[in-house]
Design a binder for this molecule. Structure first.
Ligand code: SAH
Length: 398
């Protein structure tokens, strides 16, 4: 096993790490300059040299790595990775048994004890996402651990770190058999065409599974639904399956049109009975106001940050405005589904945004229900940023 680098944590942060905080950041380390080789194992102590934990060095956004264990006797070896992956799979036991859902998160970074690593399963094919060059150094051990734990069809990977421009775009295939794309997965009995070999996104964001099901089962029937930032139209497909009278999907990416048609078709839905627009959402709001269009349900699921030709959108600064636009075209007693994956604020602040937007619009509302991450997106309680998803179903009273 490689030699560990001795890293001191400032006494000021000692309690935090003793309580299980998993994230290593520059300010907490006495000397972060000594870290040079990503993937190096770190022996973490307080300033007096008392053991606090073991971790690894890997640059991920502003972070410098993750704590892997607080047990001085635990080694970071094949057994360690075997155990972590096996525990994660046991935690998803009911999803593995569920025939209606074949795609979900199997391993969720620090929530499952290894920051910088996620693993998803798509109908027997596993997708590993590496968030730093550091965690990528453990690829062989992690792949072995996955082989020990499951019978997979195949394994693909995504590298979410700066590869210095040297990364030759391959098809992300790693092991086992190659899949045929689109790969058809199921989620709550709904079909979905996914691609594991086509850029950073697969076609579906797995963390919204319960929100989609709720829209289909409890809200969609007979309703007109506007789905903004619609990507491949997942919310629209669920709404249509739930009996929506019509869905309108709006996304500015050209690819969203054929991708949304494909999702309708793999569910034997008539895509022609629905509207799919390649358009800036903010232009669509203006258009809808001008045409006096209103909707019974408006879904808002924007990225945390986005830039289009005319607009920049940042969830922290612009969500109130987005809500006001939505309020202006939602019918009385209509429902707005407001979602954000921005980790920089929590549910309380998000609800204050909602309050402000309704107040400034001269409307009243009630919160009908809220969602956060589903159980397969396991989070670490000491690390609040990992609990990023906030979804609020809002009834517009008038
Ligand atoms: N709601 C989607 C996921 C959204 S991903 C789902 O449930 O699957 C974010 C999407 O927002 C991307 O597809 C991107 O093309 C789109 N987007 C970003 N800025 C936009 C804008 N100003 N107008 C319309 N779409 C936008």
């Amino acid at each position: 096993m490689q030699k560990e680098i001795q890293v001191k944590i400032k006494n000021k942060f000692k309690k935090k790490y003793q309580a299980g905080y998993p994230h290593l950041f520059q300010e907490a380390l006495v000397n972060s300059k000594q870290l040079t080789r990503e993937g190096a194992l770190l022996n973490l102590t307080d300033e007096q040299g008392h053991f606090l934990g073991r971790g690894y060095y890997g640059k991920q956004n502003k972070g410098l790595g993750w704590v892997l264990t607080r047990d001085e006797n635990e080694k970071i070896d094949q057994d360690f990775f075997d155990q972590k992956i096996r525990d994660a799979i046991n935690h998803r036991h009911s999803l593995y048994q569920n025939k209606e859902t074949t795609a979900f998160r199997v391993f969720n970074g620090e929530g499952d004890g290894i920051g910088g690593l996620t693993i998803d399963v798509y109908a027997g094919y596993y997708l590993i996402t590496w968030y730093s060059l550091g965690i990528y150094q453990f690829k062989d051990l992690i792949l072995q651990a996955l082989k020990h734990a499951v019978d997979f069809e195949g394994v693909y990977e995504k590298k979410r770190f700066d590869t210095g421009g040297k990364y030759v775009e391959d098809d992300d295939f790693v092991a086992g058999e190659r899949a045929e794309f689109p790969l058809i997965i199921k989620e709550n009995g709904v079909n979905f065409a996914v691609y594991l070999n086509d850029g950073p996104m697969t076609g579906i964001f797995l963390d919204q599974r319960e929100v989609r099901k709720t829209i289909r089962d409890l809200y969609a029937k007979g309703k007109t639904v506007l789905n903004t930032f619609s990507y491949t139209g997942a919310f629209s497909v669920y709404a249509a399956l739930g009996g929506a009278s019509k869905t309108t999907s709006v996304d500015l990416a050209n690819r969203s049109l054929p991708k949304t048609v494909e999702q309708f078709q793999v569910n034997d839905l008539d895509d022609k009975a629905h509207e799919i627009r390649v358009m800036d959402v903010f232009n669509y709001f203006n258009y809808a106001v001008k045409k006096n269009l209103t909707f019974d349900m408006v879904i808002l699921d924007p990225p945390s940050f986005a830039r289009s030709k005319k607009h920049t959108f940042s969830a922290a600064k612009d969500y109130v405005g987005l809500l006001k636009d939505a309020i202006s075209i939602t019918s009385k007693d209509g429902v707005i589904v407001a979602s954000t994956n921005f980790s920089g604020f929590g549910m309380d602040k998000f609800k204050r945004f909602i309050d402000k937007a309704f107040e400034e619009s001269g409307s009243t509302y009630s919160v009908v229900e809220t969602f956060s991450l589903p159980e397969d997106f396991k989070t670490n309680r000491q690390y609040k940023e990992s609990d990023y998803l906030k979804v609020v179903f809002i009834n517009k009273n008038q």
